[in-house]
Write a protein that binds this ligand. Structure first.
Ligand code: GCV
Length: 718
């Protein structure tokens, strides 16, 4: 027995254990590697055999490392880096190329500083791929582009690409707190380990930088806009400087959120009044100190006089006074200020959707030229669907940058599969008509040639092994980066290329799964806030439905403020008979949304208050349509589950199972949303549920009784 055990059972058991740990490690790697999987290719490609790259700086070395990893994983050989005449791939700045390459030199030199060209050329009679750019960062972006092309088509040999970013500032805003929690974070805790910094540089920081650079993200605001002045003290600046050093080879600049009251809190001053000379001097000194720690520091991101944060209005001053004070301190160092326009006031009783416009538009043209006014995509707050923010196009003499949310605060946290580039694209493509036809939101934020412009996304990244909580959350990080590089990109293309790099190049798979990704945003709108409903989420944590909430201190914190349901009907009248928020848009848009004949059903209850029996285009009444939409949302999630099931042969078992489990949670929650909202609204409509809708399992009291004091994303209490 002992012999049998030693010779047979033990080795078998060990083998099993090993296999198991191998699977687990492989799984961790796949989840962790994001879209930089560099999957083993079945075709041979010698493109990386002999690379002419003269690595002179840290960015060049980052290029080398990336190519080595990619080549070994995809084609199972290590590249040789030399300047040999037999190069299979040449990576050189335009200034280093022979004049015989004039055509491609001119092509690359015509691009902006971060642009690059990739061309297949004849070199000593042989086909050779050349990546060229004005500087190392352009070469890095060119390398990542080549790697993307090869991940999608490993046998590709002919290239003729020239590309450059349309926006200068392409950044992630982390809402990470110094205690390691993440406001509206659903993927674990913060990835910044402040306690171990500056001495411990986690490999994760480098992989984070690689992922960002691969899609062109070039800036990171490290901590929450609800800021803590401590981040500006030398103790923390030393830590920030270590992160900046780790990110620098990848072209990523570090930005900090600046708490407006910092001169008082950490500076010992009695005031933070922006017109006070001592305060201005304090910021000048502070900025000089920051640049000593971080010579390429990007600048400040500021949330002021918003949701209780301090700001210039505390001293009877305005946003221009506050922003320009910081801008003046940063200007000598080429730093910028991103001043957020997310404001709504407890003393302003007008429609919350109008307040940011009213507060900011009068100051058009008054901001310093290194100030970007950072505007959320819609006027309320990152809802599943909002019309574009009326500030876009309304401040032609100022620079406006876009703020999107990548983390899914109002879109099912990290448990729902929702492909957000579809939402981003819808906003970017919106016509503002502010500067005539064709002045889309994308064109507005692109601004005038060579001027400062940008896009920010509130990160969905955390300490989870897969970074984003949901494997498909990675596509939102990826897609945000791609659109920040080029706001005119198409979301379908983004979905496809992400799937090809992250999961499988199989065309059946890509067709099937890109379809569910592209439909997923509409589904979440249908099962949460159909027909233009908005902000009816539960209080504070925003997890699940709470349309009944009506007892919060400020009126605009209550969902009842937004849906205005009563026995006569539902919806927010923002036409001239109501809040007239429509007047903030161009006359074309005001007319389009204001007229019930043209207003798209998606925005019906955003702009109109309508009776329950209002006849809609399909001949059915509003109440029935509401139920039908909720049900459609639920049905579409069921369909996602079926399609994902049939994708099993194309996806590794672990990630397949992960997504399958999450989709089941999504279905449960979609049903919860439908049932809770329809049961509540029925108390006003007094009408039976439409026959198309599955009957709720519980009564309203049950849905109202559900409490989630420990839902993630809010300040923890123990
Ligand atoms: C960081 C919403 C969120 C807050 C967030 C705020 C903002 O209100 O719920 O968590 O605060 O937006 O964008 O400043």
């Amino acid at each position: 027995m002992n012999y049998f055990y030693k010779k047979l059972i033990l080795p078998l058991f060990t083998l099993l254990l090993l296999c198991n740990s191998f699977i687990t490690t492989a799984q961790i790697t796949k989840d962790y590697d994001l879209w930089l999987q560099y999957q083993k290719s079945s075709v041979a490609n010698g493109i990386f055999k002999n690379i002419a790259l003269n690595a002179k700086n840290e960015t060049d070395k980052a290029i080398q490392n990336e190519l080595k990893t990619a080549s070994e994983r995809m084609f199972q050989y290590s590249p040789t880096f030399s300047n040999s005449e037999n190069a299979t791939l040449i990576i050189k700045k335009t200034s280093e190329l022979e004049p015989t390459q004039k055509k491609i030199i001119d092509k690359a030199n015509a691009l902006n500083d971060e642009g690059f060209a990739i061309e297949t050329i004849q070199n000593k009679g042989k086909k050779t791929v050349l990546i060229t750019a004005k500087n190392s960062l352009g070469l890095l972006y060119g390398t990542f582009r080549l790697l993307r092309e090869l991940q999608i088509n490993p046998s590709k040999k002919d290239f003729s690409i020239a590309d450059e970013p349309k926006l200068k500032v392409r950044m992630l805003n982390h809402w990470d707190n110094l205690d390691g929690t993440v406001e509206r974070g659903y993927a674990g805790s913060s990835i910044w380990n402040w306690q171990k910094l500056p001495d411990f540089i986690d490999k994760k920081y480098i992989d984070y930088a690689r992922a960002n650079a691969s899609v062109g993200i070039n800036g990171v605001a490290l901590i929450n806009v609800n800021s803590n002045a401590l981040i500006l003290t030398p103790q923390y600046l030393e830590k920030v400087s270590a992160l900046a050093k780790a990110f620098r080879p990848y072209g990523i600049k570090v930005y900090l959120t600046a708490r407006f009251s910092a001169p008082i809190e950490i500076g010992g001053l009695k005031t933070a009044d922006p017109l006070n000379q001592e305060v201005q001097q304090w910021w000048n000194n502070k900025v000089n100190e920051i640049y000593k720690f971080i010579p390429d520091f990007g600048g400040f991101l500021v949330k002021a006089n918003s949701e209780g944060q301090p700001g210039p209005q505390n001293y009877g001053r305005n946003h221009v006074d506050g922003a320009n004070m910081m801008a003046k301190a940063l200007k000598p160092h080429h730093g910028i200020v991103m001043w957020r326009a997310f404001v709504y006031s407890e003393t302003d009783s007008s429609d919350r959707a109008k307040q940011a416009y009213s507060e900011f538009v009068p100051y058009d043209g008054k901001f310093e030229d290194n100030v970007l006014v950072q505007v959320k995509n819609g006027a309320i707050d990152f809802q599943p669907r909002e019309p574009f923010h009326p500030m876009f196009g309304a401040m032609p003499k100022s620079k406006l940058m876009m703020e999107y949310q990548i983390t899914q605060e109002y879109l099912g946290f990290s448990t729902h599969l929702v492909f957000l580039p579809k939402l981003y694209e819808e906003v970017l493509e919106s016509e503002t008509y502010k500067q005539g036809k064709g002045s889309t939101v994308a064109k507005i934020i692109e601004g005038k040639p060579n001027e400062l412009n940008g896009m920010a996304g509130v990160a969905n990244i955390g300490s989870d092994l897969n970074w984003t909580g949901h494997p498909f959350g990675q596509s939102n990080w990826y897609g945000f980066g791609r659109l920040a590089w080029n706001p005119e990109l198409n979301s379908e293309k983004i979905a496809e290329e992400w799937l090809q790099q992250t999961f499988s190049k199989d065309s059946n798979f890509v067709k099937m799964i890109s379809k569910i990704m592209l439909q997923s945003r509409e589904s979440v709108v249908k099962y949460m806030t159909p027909l233009g409903l908005h902000h009816i989420m539960a209080t504070n944590h925003h997890y699940g439905p709470g349309p009944w909430v009506n007892d919060l201190a400020r009126p605009e914190w209550n969902p009842v403020y937004y849906h205005k349901a009563d026995k006569n009907g539902i919806g927010f009248d923002r036409t001239a008979t109501g809040s007239n928020a429509l007047a903030q848009y161009s006359p074309e848009i005001a007319q389009y949304y204001g007229d019930l004949k043209t207003c798209p059903e998606e925005y019906l209850l955003w702009f109109h208050h309508l009776p329950w029996d209002y006849k809609m285009k399909n001949g059915k009444i509003l109440w029935d349509n509401l139920g039908i939409k909720y049900q459609e949302g639920v049905n579409e999630v069921k369909n996602m589950i079926t399609i994902w099931e049939s994708a099993k042969p194309y996806v590794d078992a672990e990630r397949h199972q992960e997504v399958a489990q999450l989709l089941n949670i999504q279905l449960k929650e979609a049903i919860w949303w439908k049932d809770a909202c329809m049961t509540y609204f029925q108390t006003f409509s007094n009408l039976p549920f439409p026959k198309e809708m599955e009957t709720p399992k519980h009564d309203l009291e049950y849905y109202k009784s559900l409490q989630f004091p420990f839902a993630p994303g809010i300040k923890p209490h123990w």
